[in-house]
Design a binder for this molecule. Structure first.
Ligand SMILES: NC(=O)c1ccc[n+]([C@@H]2O[C@H](COP(=O)([O-])OP(=O)(O)OC[C@H]3O[C@@H](n4cnc5c(N)ncnc54)[C@H](OP(=O)(O)O)[C@@H]3O)[C@@H](O)[C@H]2O)c1
Length: 288
């Protein structure tokens, strides 16, 4: 047998052994009747998460700004098997909304097992043009509202040994061009929620914190934003949604989707000197 053939045989054998011994810790039944508050649920990855939770038989509260769209997502969730479902329209740029949303969910579901923080404000995929006010606004929507929602939900999550699931991005680990303000909000999430996880463990408070690091996903807004600017293939939103849900259900500290983002983040830390050349080869920019 040729050397390449031997290498292939060994690789197949190893893959087979991993497949045989690997026990997927995710138990879909654990989500039947689970009480979930899901933000950014009217579109994109959040909408796909709503459908997965519904198929698993969860009890769900959906939130986003557009009431008519939430109503449609809710109706589809009912046909897919959601045990209970409600929605509450809310704009997370308003500092008073997060607490109201958590109160509504706790009242409707009688408590919470999962808080899934997923919404984002309108994202500009462009060079920094000096708009400080926009950055302040985006910080409110993408970061401060997450902190307020988590703070309001912590007592009920603690009572139910629940989980906080925070949707972040590769740009919250690796700053890329055209994402100054967005990347800042995602780095802030990483800092805050990783520190919070340490504190909860130190205090033996049994609430897990799962940070979800996503690459480019094929949602309408992401594809529209990056068209002609990025040489990357987008991964499917339904797959990202399932990976997030599984990460939360298994109480993982971090999940990466697609999986190869994890080695990318490690290489980023290990090889600081060639970062600019590597990154810029994935972006299209011609000076005006
Ligand atoms: N798609 C990607 O390539 C990608 C990559 C990395 C990470 N992520 C992360 O994945 C998550 C979901 O992204 P996505 O692409 O699915 O986003 P999306 O399709 O743009 O959906 C955003 C959701 O947030 C809601 N929303 C927008 N502004 C809001 C506000 N002011 N208050 C409350 N809700 C608001 C939207 O609904 P309404 O308009 O009805 O309010 C919608 O439900 C985000 O955290 C994002 O950072 C996405």
């Amino acid at each position: 047998m040729k050397p390449i053939g031997k290498v292939l045989c060994v690789a197949v054998l190893i893959a087979g052994l991993i497949d045989f011994f690997w026990k997927d810790p995710f138990n879909p039944e654990s989500l039947s009747g689970a009480r979930v508050l899901l933000t950014g649920a009217s579109a994109g990855i959040g909408e796909q998460m709503a459908y997965h939770y519904a198929r698993f038989g969860a009890e769900i509260v959906l939130t986003a700004r557009r009431e008519a769209v939430l109503q449609k997502v809710m109706e589809k969730c009912l046909t897919l098997g959601a045990k209970k479902i409600f929605y509450i329209p809310a704009d997370m740029s308003s500092p008073s909304e997060p607490e109201k949303v958590v109160q509504f969910a706790v009242q409707k579901l009688g408590g919470l097992d999962y808080l899934v923080l997923n919404h984002i404000g309108l994202t500009r995929f462009q060079m920094w043009a000096g708009d400080v006010e926009y950055t302040r606004w985006l910080m409110q929507v993408n970061f401060f509202s997450y902190v307020s929602l988590a703070t309001a939900a912590l007592p009920t999550l603690e009572k139910n040994t629940g989980s906080l699931v925070v949707v972040s991005s590769l740009t919250g680990k690796v700053p890329t061009p055209f994402t100054t303000s967005y990347s800042a909000t995602k780095f802030a999430l990483d800092g805050f929620f990783t520190s919070l996880r340490h504190e909860l463990i130190m205090q033996k408070r049994n609430v897990s914190v799962t940070l979800c690091i996503l690459g480019l996903i094929d949602t309408e807004t992401a594809l529209e934003n990056t068209r002609g600017k990025v040489y990357l293939t987008a991964s499917p939103a339904a797959g990202a949604a399932l990976a997030i849900i599984q990460g939360g259900a298994t109480r993982a500290q971090e999940i990466f989707y697609p999986w190869w983002l994890q080695p990318v983040c490690c290489l980023w830390v290990l090889f600081p000197y060639s970062r600019n050349q590597v990154l810029q080869s994935y972006y299209n920019y011609s000076s005006p």
